[in-house]
Ligand binder design. Structure first.
Ligand SMILES: C[S@@+](CC[C@H](N)C(=O)[O-])C[C@H]1O[C@@H](n2cnc3c(N)ncnc32)[C@H](O)[C@@H]1O
Length: 422
């Protein structure tokens, strides 16, 4: 595609995404579906431009106060990746002059919001938690996430999977904490890589792998993944159960559960039972009350721990949406807890960084449920052979899992664990 046409299309896509009425990945995917002739390089340019504009919105908007053309075009120019000569061949003379002037703005001229690119309410909430670590956290949230894989122990071992991936020409290393994790360099397309196509490895962030390890589901047990979505954690739990017992994958979104099907087929699992529920108090859940060994509540949340992948969330969430999520999290956790049999394990997890969705929900649940005994996450991770377990935890005695992108290189995750008293 001619550079001018590609820049025009990038500007139109930036405008569509900045309406914030749908998730950015859905808007971009729809654009690609409606424009099937776009090649892989053009798709990469369009999506890199949009994601750069979302990540560095405050800085780009500040720069875009000067210049000419529509605001969306200016944001697209600032976010356009790759070769500057290619970009410049799409620009007018005044635009070239403006772009050069933008490149000359010195670091010390930026105000704090232009560096951290977070809405003020969120910056404040994070500063209150990490103090001096705030700049490092903000910088980490602006980086793209690495591509992590989980080894499917039903089919292979980590060393063999590493060898198979390297054989396929990929740069692969073991992840530092999860005993099942592999980190790839770059963003290779996996569809044709044999180890992926035949289910030996599955895409899953290292932090997300740790949540499944915390549940520690065993052979022959009855287990519920209460908010299973497209089953990232379901697959890990099913493999830990060695494809035995019964694993219910609940979710209120039948559409998301549909995404689990092709992954299940690759994984070789046959112990998973996806169930679309109407809400957390669904009749079908009541029938299982008191019968389940382990329940994972990977609750719907603001997703603010995943800003490396979904930077639009920082502009789509507000203190009001967070408060609504926290109320729903409490309701789901309370309902899910009814499933457990005496001695059973309950894991509550989010991919949020905010206390309101994490410690506050866990503490309120604990106070209202004296029949649930808190279990320290640090000891459970050690038992699951997770390296550096204590460094991944917070709270007294390593009570909570607290993963941070700037400290652990994972998405932001939280988890709390309880044992239902006998
Ligand atoms: C964080 S996502 C789950 C991600 C998934 N566990 C994974 O590893 O890929 C939260 C999920 O909760 C689901 N959800 C929302 N409200 C729910 C409810 N009341 N009961 C059960 N699931 C719910 C959403 O549809 C969403 O798929």
């Amino acid at each position: 595609m001619h550079p001018k046409a590609l820049l025009d299309e990038s500007a139109a896509l930036v405008e569509a995404v900045f309406r914030f009425d749908h998730p950015a990945d859905a808007v971009v995917a729809r654009h690609f579906r409606e424009n099937r002739s776009l090649g892989p390089r053009e798709r990469a340019t369009l999506s890199d431009t949009v994601y750069a504009a979302l990540r560095e919105r405050l800085k780009f908007e500040w720069l875009a106060r000067s210049g000419s053309g529509s605001k969306w075009r200016r944001l697209a120019i600032l976010g356009f990746p790759g070769d500057r000569d290619f970009l410049k061949s799409a620009l007018s003379e005044p635009e070239k002059v403006w772009l050069d002037a933008c490149a000359k703005v010195r670091e010390d001229e930026w105000l704090a919001p232009h560096r951290h690119n977070l809405p003020e309410w969120l910056a404040e909430a994070l500063r209150a938690q990490v103090g001096e670590g705030f700049d490092a956290l903000a910088a980490a949230l602006l980086e793209p996430a690495p591509l992590d894989l989980r080894v499917n122990l039903l089919k292979t071992k980590r060393e063999a999977a590493l060898a198979a991936l390297r054989e396929a020409g990929l740069k692969a290393e073991a992840t530092p904490h999860s005993p099942l994790g592999i980190r790839l360099q770059g963003k290779p397309t996996l569809a044709k890589v044999p180890a992926f196509a035949n289910g030996e490895v599955e895409v899953q962030d290292e932090g997300s792998q740790l949540l499944a390890l915390l549940l520690d589901a065993r052979r022959g047990e009855m287990v519920v993944d209460f908010c299973a979505g497209a089953g990232g954690k379901t697959l890990a739990i099913g493999a830990a159960m060695r494809n035995s017992g019964r694993l219910y994958a609940f979710d209120t979104s039948a559409h998301r559960l549909d995404g689990l099907k092709p992954r299940l087929a690759r994984s070789g699992l046959s112990n998973v039972h996806p169930v679309a529920i109407a809400h957390e108090r669904d009749e079908r859940i009541k029938r299982l009350a008191g019968k389940i060994d382990r329940v994972l509540v990977d609750a719907p949340c603001s997703g603010l721990g995943t800003l490396r992948r979904s930077p639009d969330l920082k502009w789509r969430q507000t203190p009001q949406t967070v408060a609504a999520q926290a109320a729903l999290q409490q309701a789901i956790l309370t309902s899910a807890a009814r499933l457990l049999k005496p001695g059973g394990r309950l894991v509550y997890a989010t991919c949020s960084l905010l206390v309101d969705e994490n410690e506050a929900v866990a503490e309120a649940f604990g106070q209202a449920h004296p029949d649930f005994e808190p279990e320290a996450v640090a000891g459970l991770l050690q038992a699951a052979k997770v390296s550096g377990a204590e460094s991944l935890c917070a709270g007294e005695g390593g009570r909570f899992l607290r993963l941070w992108p700037h400290r652990h290189g994972t998405d932001g995750f939280f988890a709390a664990v309880w044992r239902k008293k006998a």
